[in-house]
Write a protein that binds this ligand. Structure first.
Ligand SMILES: *[C@@H]1O[C@H](CO)[C@@H](O)[C@H](O)[C@H]1NC(C)=O
Length: 310
């Protein structure tokens, strides 16, 4: 290879990589929606946006058949949709068949369910912040009427009825994040999850919400969008969106309603008494072989208890 063309190749690769990972408002403006969910935006109270990876077909199926399939609870209207990017090329696989297979399956799922916001960005952790901001942009432009917006990860179990009862009784702040508040957290300075001093200088992050699930309103979303053009971005999306861009927004502590131990849900689902489940949001351990079965069992039990008391 001649010097010139080698240089051109290196330059091309460099351009390609830096374009892939660029985190900024400009990159956000260039993000396109390949598919948009069909939502009755003018008539719902809560829009739930579940961030999911393209290949998580089974995870989305379980969510649709449990808490994500609820359209009305205590008179409040809900709709659940998913945010996904494009499948990532698998380095271990030599051909692109896998990526194509996932994309075909995803397109079929989109046609059948019409509940997916599909971004033309590769779905990898370096781009979580882009995914998060792109969903905010879509909400502001195309679905701004719901009273509240819930952002969730797909490894979540949500007692949606408990949420409605608790939330409508206790809150009606216009501008806040309602969430599991994380304080006094330091950036990791090495390893896969590194955030360099160049990207974030301070030793502590501002208060932020755990990305597992949080609730907010349109004014907050608009303020975050606005701030995203004047601050440096980092890839850690929950810190960036709810902490750095959301620094001046109230963070309402719902910490006692969260469990990060999947065993809490499992133990409750299999016990024979009909006590109420104490948490609203539970982190699901999707590496557990029977997680789907546990989630379905827990959901069935919740519905049964609900029927018994009403
Ligand atoms: C939100 O959408 C409105 C109306 O479409 C637009 O005027 C405004 O600039 C957007 N706000 C942000 C912060 O992007």
């Amino acid at each position: 290879m001649k010097m010139g063309s080698r240089f051109a190749l290196v330059f091309f690769l460099w351009m390609h990589l830096s374009a892939t990972f660029e985190l900024s408002e400009t990159a956000l403006d260039q993000t396109r929606f390949l598919a948009e969910p069909l939502i009755d935006c003018d008539n719902i109270d809560f829009l739930i946006f579940v961030h999911s990876r393209p290949e998580n077909f089974y995870v989305r199926k379980v969510i649709r058949s449990t808490w994500g399939g609820v359209f009305i609870s205590s008179g409040k209207k809900f709709q659940t949709a998913f945010v996904v990017g494009n499948p990532e090329k698998q380095m271990k696989r030599l051909n692109s068949e896998y990526t194509e297979e996932v994309l075909n399956k995803l397109n079929l799922e989109i046609k059948q369910n019409k509940d997916i916001l599909h971004l033309d960005k590769v779905d990898r952790y370096e781009l979580l912040a882009m995914k998060h901001m792109a969903s905010y942009k879509w909400i502001n432009e195309s679905c701004s009427k719901p009273k509240y917006f819930i952002k969730a990860d797909d490894d979540l179990f949500m007692d949606l009825h408990h949420f409605t009862d608790y939330f409508t009784k206790n809150f009606n702040l216009e501008k806040a994040f309602y969430c599991h508040v994380q304080s006094d957290i330091s950036p990791q300075r090495e390893g896969k999850w590194e955030v360099t001093k160049q990207d974030y200088l301070e030793d502590k992050y501002p208060e932020f919400c755990s990305g597992l699930a949080y609730t907010t309103t349109l004014p907050v979303i608009q303020e975050v969008l606005h701030k995203s053009s004047s601050h440096k971005w980092i890839w850690v999306d929950d810190v960036l969106v709810t902490g750095i861009f959301g620094r001046n927004t109230k963070h309402y502590h719902l910490n006692l309603r969260y469990s990060f131990d999947f065993e809490d849900l499992h133990a409750w689902a299999v016990e024979s008494t009909f006590k109420k489940y104490p948490f609203i949001f539970t982190h699901v351990d999707t590496s557990d072989e029977f997680w789907g079965r546990t989630v379905r069992k827990a959901w069935k039990k919740l519905e049964k208890i609900r029927k018994m008391v009403s």
